[in-house]
Design a protein around this ligand. Structure first.
Ligand code: ADP
Ligand code: MG
Length: 294
């Protein structure tokens, strides 16, 4: 019975992804408010994630403010900014682990404030600290994550085999996690985020600890996954984001400075196709704006 429920749920999720890719249902349900920033991506189909005027304060500390963007399946989006810029805060709010102080986050038609559990089923989230049970074996840990996601029997076996294959986990599948390298542990974390085959992947600093070859392998992995999924990953390493993403969100001191492909951003800022130069230009512009307003 349980297995049947799982299979129905999986089919429903897969259907959802296909459906969102081709059928514009959102405008029929409730029109989204227009974001108040100049961020304006023309999607071929409605966005699955819409973030509108979001702010997060930790007590008196303003972490992020005026965050507006939309994401649709099929894109690999890099979220880049220096440490402390607000990347993890935004990802935690998307993953429903933190509530926004103000603004709205709608995921697949559901509000993160009112429907966190339904939203979590659609999300694979790798948090910045890659929480793994260090004393567990890699295969047992992934099985445990699959069960926690409601998978069992054949479906769990298949998903486990799939994750092991695409994340390249077979060399150390029967090792204890604490005996694996940092890069390998990150891959286990990505595998755990993927085990229920979610339509949305939120990865906080997934390339932390990767060597250059592992970064290339990761690029192949997320490209192979991107067709029907939203993939948003954060990094403070600008050239990695440039190499891995179709589109970039640049955040600095809690403000979203830019959103677009590198070509698009180069054109807008009058810089070369060098994300570092674009980033430096945008930060200078922001600082000038702040001085002008002071
Ligand atoms: P990033 O992931 O880009 O490094 P974070 O989202 O972790 O940035 O942090 C954004 C800002 O919020 C920083 O100033 C950070 O110090 C602050 N911050 C993050 N988490 C907390 C917290 N739990 N309590 C107070 N301040 C926090
Ligand atoms: Mg972070």
């Amino acid at each position: 019975m349980r297995r049947q429920d799982d299979s129905v749920r999986r089919k429903a999720l897969n259907f959802e992804v296909v459906y969102h890719k081709f059928v514009p249902i959102y405008p029929l349900c409730s029109p989204f408010p227009t974001p108040n920033s100049d961020v304006n991506i023309d999607f071929p189909y409605p966005p699955m994630i819409r973030v509108t005027d979001v702010a997060k304060w930790y007590g008196s500390i303003r972490a992020v403010e005026n965050i507006n963007f939309s994401l649709a399946p099929g894109e690999i989006v890099g979220f880049v900014g220096p440490n402390g810029a607000g990347k993890s805060t935004v990802l935690k709010m998307l993953a429903t682990y933190l509530l926004p102080t103000s603004g709205k986050i709608i995921i697949d038609g559901l509000d993160v404030v009112t429907h966190p559990l339904s939203i979590r089923r659609k999300i694979g989230y790798l948090s910045g600290d890659t929480p793994l049970y260090q004393a567990m074996r890699v295969d047992k840990f992934l099985r445990f994550c699959g069960k926690a996601r409601g998978l069992s029997g054949n479906i769990l076996d298949k998903k486990l085999a799939w994750v092991v294959d695409i994340c390249g986990l077979s060399p150390h599948l029967y090792k204890r996690i604490d005996q694996c390298s940092t890069g390998f542990r990150q891959r286990i974390g990505v595998g755990a985020a993927l085990i229920h085959d979610p339509p949305i992947l939120l990865l906080d600093e997934p390339t932390h600890g990767f060597d250059p070859l592992q970064v290339l392998a990761f690029r192949d992995l997320i490209q192979s996954l991107s067709e029907n999924r939203i993939i948003l990953f954060s990094s403070h390493i600008i050239h990695e984001v440039a190499a891995l993403s179709d589109r970039v969100l640049i955040i600095h001191q809690g403000n979203l400075l830019a959103d677009g492909s590198i070509d698009n951003l180069a054109q807008k800022t009058g810089q070369s196709r060098d994300l570092e130069a674009i980033f430096a230009h945008l930060v200078r512009q922001q600082n000038c704006g702040e001085i002008a307003h002071a």
